[in-house]
Write a protein that binds this ligand. Structure first.
Ligand SMILES: [Zn+2]
Length: 75
């Protein structure tokens, strides 16, 4: 559960930033929507198995990294 704890710890601050960023930034919102739909597709395709939750969390973490690194050229 080390990986999960790490994600949890990473998660709180970054998630707040991420949510706020997504609220402001339609471009990144679309990106997240794409990742989510990939997750949905995987879930549907693999109805007999658990969706790869860890992988989705990893993707979300990656998104956080991308989003928090990217700026919008303003301010
Ligand atoms: Zn953005």
């Amino acid at each position: 559960m080390v990986a999960t704890d790490e994600i949890e710890a990473f998660g709180f601050m970054k998630r707040m930033e991420l949510r706020f960023h997504l609220f402001m930034c339609g471009h990144c919102r679309n990106y997240v929507a794409q990742i989510r739909s990939i997750g949905q597709g995987a879930k549907n395709a693999a109805a007999e198995t658990e969706p790869d939750r860890e992988q989705l969390q990893r993707l979300e973490k990656e998104i956080c990294g991308k989003i928090c690194n990217h700026n919008h050229g303003s301010s």
